[in-house]
Design a binder for this molecule. Structure first.
Ligand SMILES: [Zn+2]
Length: 175
């Protein structure tokens, strides 16, 4: 995405990962897609990003294989929305960790400015990024909710990567 030098060939896997995951706008785009906001205008409205900033981040996330485009019908106009891939869904513990770390160490500007990671299975908040600290279950996008107090009164179930051809579910709705 040409925001800085390319780290994709670094010998350290943390550096290679940060080449993709180290961009705040890119991570906030992923936040929106996990929240179920995969359409350009909806992401733009939430982030307050310019068209060019958002366009570049979406292209970079698609190029890196974390998001994919899916067509939808916008009142007769064919358009595209962004959905997670399995590779993108695997970023969940990273995003969870950012939220949990921030809640632990950073002051919030208001009482409403908090966000929690919730295990939908037991309904409890967790303070671990990859498992529920209340019941021990491993967290997946399927069983995790995020509760941003400024967004909604109750936790929101996260989006998951749509089923692929190889793992098509029996309900026949997979594209
Ligand atoms: Zn739990």
């Amino acid at each position: 995405m040409a925001l800085r030098s390319d780290w994709s060939r670094r010998t350290c896997s943390m550096a290679r990962g940060l080449d993709i995951l180290g961009d705040p706008w890119g991570m906030l785009v992923l936040r929106e897609v996990f929240f179920g906001n995969g359409r350009f205008d909806a992401i733009k409205a939430r982030l307050g990003a310019s068209d060019s900033v958002l366009t570049r981040r979406l292209a970079a996330l698609v190029e890196a294989g974390l998001l994919t485009r899916r067509p939808y019908d916008d009142g007769g106009r064919p358009r595209q929305e962004y959905v997670l891939t399995a590779k993108g869904e695997d970023v969940l513990p990273v995003l969870n960790a950012v939220v949990i770390w921030s809640e632990k160490h950073l002051s919030a500007p208001s009482e409403q400015a908090h966000m929690f990671v919730v295990h939908s299975g037991c309904g409890q908040r967790t303070t671990s990024a990859d498992s529920c600290t209340a019941c021990g279950k491993r967290l997946t996008a399927e069983n995790t909710s995020w509760h941003s107090l400024t967004r909604t009164a109750t936790p929101v179930s996260l989006a998951t990567a749509p089923a692929t051809q190889e793992t098509t579910q029996t309900n026949g709705t997979a594209a």
